[in-house]
Write a protein that binds this ligand. Structure first.
Ligand SMILES: [Ca+2]
Ligand SMILES: [Ca+2]
Ligand SMILES: [Ca+2]
Ligand SMILES: [Ca+2]
Length: 453
């Protein structure tokens, strides 16, 4: 997964029409209730179609023209809407299973994939997770582990039932889901039963990962064993589909959701070029990042993976959004190999890319982090998979985890102060001078000591 997920740039048309009885507003509750999703379909078309054929539908995203139709076969819908792309909806309705039983089993199995004690790293952690050594993040310093800090992962979702992330999932006890869900928005934040974040792609309260990217990212930042900040909370926000793509409207909505629901740090391992036809959407994205700044929320964004040829580009010349927004709360992250040289795929920019962090490379392999379970259910801890990936997508959560550590070391620090610590506490690397603004690879130990100072 070398490429970061690019934002699909879609033309936006607004449509509106009257309420119709065949329209339903709630997302399906189980797989047997799901329908077929059609793209490029307006609500007016959906009303017309439902009246002619007795179908029910729901609007998943009006701007994106995504409509889910019920009581119809995919092939038949395709015939009725030849311009639309269609796909059978798949509903991952797994409620969060959150059990922090690792202490009880400590000593049983200290392999990275098994039970572990969250209070300490073991001596062989560097064998599996050399990137922790590379940024001096293997030792827990002064018990600074990200406690009390929330990182929103705006991505393909998070497989929140992986036992090495589930204890760190941020939950909203004012609006529960699963067996405790009631389909109502009990806390009045605009999202019904949003106990573990929100899925803006499918419009449901289960932002579970159907791709793998977001789970890997979440684990690098705050996995309970090898995360940079092993006790930070993760708020899963799904804005990218199973294909790793999404639209700017959902991403902007996801940022606002993160801000309103307790995020201190927003991780955005995604990006796309700023084409000339999408300036309005880019402005929306920018304004949501500015709202984050007003609320003292940091945004850590991937610099990008070199575009279609996979060879790193200069973001100073060709901006990538959101990474290239020049805002005091936004840190743009490049990726270095295990030798602290810029990864061949990594974008760079002496003005617009602030720091570098390990992100894996072809030469040395990807970073090891959490993977989707093959069982897609409750698996035993010893069968939980880890996998390797590389990209600026992987370097970014290393920096998000670091921001969480700094914030937990000294909660009174504001985003300017955290930014300064991150940008000035790294290790100067000759190879990065002039191509990364700080010329540095981040360093966890120095940054925590700076924060505590
Ligand atoms: Ca709610
Ligand atoms: Ca509820
Ligand atoms: Ca979902
Ligand atoms: Ca390129």
């Amino acid at each position: 997964m070398k490429r970061i997920s690019y934002i699909a740039m879609m033309a936006i048309l607004f449509t509106s029409c009257g309420k119709n009885l065949s329209e339903i507003t709630s997302a399906p509750k189980s797989n047997s209730q799901t329908g077929v999703i059609a793209s490029c379909t307006t609500k007016a078309q959906a009303v017309e179609l439902s009246e002619a054929h007795g179908l029910q539908f729901r609007v998943i995203n009006e701007k994106r023209k995504l409509i889910e139709f019920f009581h119809i076969k995919e092939v038949e819908l395709k015939r009725l809407l030849p311009r639309a792309k269609t796909k059978k909806n798949v509903f991952f309705d797994e409620p969060l299973v959150q059990g922090d039983n690792f202490e009880a089993q400590a000593g049983v199995n200290y392999q990275y994939y098994g039970a572990h004690n969250r209070e300490s790293r073991t001596s062989d952690i560097s064998r599996f997770f050399p990137h922790l050594d590379q940024v001096e993040g293997h030792d827990i310093i002064n018990n600074v582990q990200g406690q009390g800090v929330t990182i929103a992962v705006i991505d393909t979702g998070v497989y929140y039932n992986h036992p090495h992330i589930s204890p760190n999932i941020k939950t909203n006890n004012n609006d529960r889901h699963g067996n405790n869900g009631n389909g109502a928005d009990d806390d009045g934040n605009g999202y019904a039963d949003d106990y573990v974040g929100w899925d803006f792609v499918n419009g449901d309260a289960f932002p579970i990962d159907d791709h793998g990217h977001g789970t890997h990212v979440a684990g690098l930042a705050a996995g309970t064993y090898a995360g940079i900040a092993p006790q930070a909370k993760i708020l899963p926000i799904k804005v990218l589909g199973a294909d790793g793509r999404g639209d700017l409207g959902s991403i902007a909505a996801g940022i606002l959701y993160a801000i309103d629901n307790g995020a201190d740090i927003i991780n955005m391992s995604l990006g796309g070029p700023g084409g000339s036809s999408v300036t309005g959407q880019i402005r929306n994205l920018l304004s949501s990042i500015q709202v984050a700044k007003q609320r003292d929320v940091m945004v850590i964004a991937a610099a990008g993976n070199g575009g279609s040829d996979g060879i790193g580009d200069c973001n100073d010349a060709e901006p990538v959004y959101p990474a290239s927004f020049d805002e005091s709360n936004l840190i743009s992250v490049a990726s270095v190999t295990s030798y602290n040289t810029l990864a061949s795929y990594s974008n760079f920019g002496g003005e617009s890319v602030h720091v570098a962090a390990p992100g894996g490379s072809q030469e040395n392999g990807g970073l090891l982090s959490l993977a989707l379970p093959s069982c897609f259910g409750q698996c035993s801890q010893s069968t939980q998979p880890y996998t390797r990936s590389s990209g600026t997508s992987m370097a970014t959560p290393i920096v998000s985890g670091l921001a969480a550590l700094i914030k937990s070391a000294k909660p009174s620090l504001n985003h300017n102060q955290i930014f300064n610590i991150i940008e000035n506490s790294g290790i100067e690397i000759g190879d990065l001078q002039g191509i990364i603004k700080s010329g540095q690879v981040i360093n966890v130990r120095n940054a925590i000591l700076d924060a505590l100072n």
